[in-house]
Design a protein around this ligand. Structure first.
Ligand code: ATP
Ligand code: MG
Length: 340
């Protein structure tokens, strides 16, 4: 399989996912769909972030190692094509860890503590004063991931915006120390659903919160998740006028239903009154069942051939080791450390 059909002219994309669980609907609308579309026009690398997964799971490393191939299967099942996109494993690229060490000297602890996503994750994970150093510094390691490929475009959910800001601060410091342009600044590519809520509407859908509808969810799981979905608590009788803002069923219909004008009519009807939550949930369920069935089937077929998934990851990691060597050498040069 040829995994290196890229030309130097294409804009470079680097993006990735922590190997902390199978991927879910939030990943699908937040980033995966865009990656599938962009793999034809861009030089795209996707990183399975196993080391970053360990930053809050070192007490349970199997949670990370056992999910690496699940994530690769999810990529392929939604249409990532390994002949167009390089898929690699973070821990297999030593340049990323080395860059993280160099960049760590350019970022203050107080800057890391101000990162709003990290701040809220520290709270929700209950770390209090026992924050793993690797967790507090994971935005630096993410900067290493992005810059190692000299990527300029990163398709992400909006929780990642502070990471991209942090990356660009490091890029500017390195370029300023070098007194020449070495690293590219990057920009986010946000989708129209850049923060898909969980079905209860309380948080972002997330692997670690146990609140996700996975891409491999069974028919029963999908059905149960939609039935339990948060709607408008004041919409009691069918004839009542309902609110679509903050109503998770409508948030999901906006994100996943292919017919925008139909959803717009449905919203008008709901707001006028006369449309029950049972009906809107049924429409959403049908839409999700249709969308997820082929993904679930493909995913399960792929997971029956783990050797093939490992092979894709090994080949992509080899290509990525070669790609990341140049930036590491450039950064070492900035610090005067290419002495042999
Ligand atoms: P974890 O709970 O382990 O952090 P996660 O569900 O947040 O897992 P990540 O691996 O951290 O997933 O994120 C991978 C990518 O998916 C990032 O670009 C992130 O912004 C995006 N993403 C994750 N959850 C959502 C969501 N609910 N809506 C939109 N994008 C999302
Ligand atoms: Mg996350």
């Amino acid at each position: 399989m040829n995994t290196n059909q890229h030309t130097d002219k294409k804009e470079i994309i680097l993006t990735g996912d922590r190997a902390t669980g199978p991927l879910h609907l939030g990943h699908y609308v937040g980033s995966l769909k865009q990656r599938v579309a962009l793999q034809n026009s861009h030089e795209q690398t996707i990183l399975v972030a196993d080391m970053q997964g360990l930053t809050d799971n070192a007490h349970d490393p199997k949670k990370v190692s056992s999910n690496i191939l699940n994530v690769v299967a999810d990529y392929l099942a939604v249409g990532i094509d390994p002949t167009k996109t390089t898929i690699c494993l973070q821990s297999q690229l030593p340049a990323l860890a080395e860059l993280t060490m160099y960049y760590s000297n350019l970022v203050s602890i107080s800057r890391l503590e101000r990162n709003p996503t990290v701040k809220s994750e520290i709270q929700s994970k209950g770390f209090e004063r026992s924050i793993p150093a690797g967790f507090l510094t994971y935005p630096i390691s993410q900067a290493a991931d992005i810059t190692a490929f000299n990527a300029s475009l990163v398709p992400v959910g909006d929780d990642q915006l502070p990471m991209l800001e942090q990356t660009n601060e490091i890029v500017r410091k390195i370029n300023s120390l070098a007194r020449r342009h070495i690293l590219n600044e990057c920009r986010p590519l946000l989708s129209k659903a850049s923060r898909l809520p969980s079905t209860d509407g309380k948080n972002k859908m997330s692997k670690s919160m146990g609140n996700a509808i996975n891409l491999g969810a069974t028919e029963k799981e999908i059905s149960a998740a939609v039935k339990s979905m948060y709607t408008d608590p004041n919409h009691i009788r069918v004839e009542d006028a309902g609110n679509v803002e903050g109503n998770v069923v409508f948030t999901y219909l906006d994100a996943f239903h292919p017919d925008e004008s139909y959803i717009s009519e449905l919203k008008d009807h709901y707001q006028r009154g006369g449309l029950g939550d049972g009906t809107t949930k049924k429409i959403l369920e049908t839409c999700l069942q249709e969308m997820l069935k082929p993904i679930r089937e493909k995913r399960s077929e792929l997971l029956n051939d783990k050797a093939q998934l490992l092979d894709i990851l090994a080949k992509g990691s080899q290509i990525s080791r070669e790609k990341t060597a140049q930036v590491l050498s450039d950064v070492k040069d900035v610090f005067g450390l290419n002495i042999f």
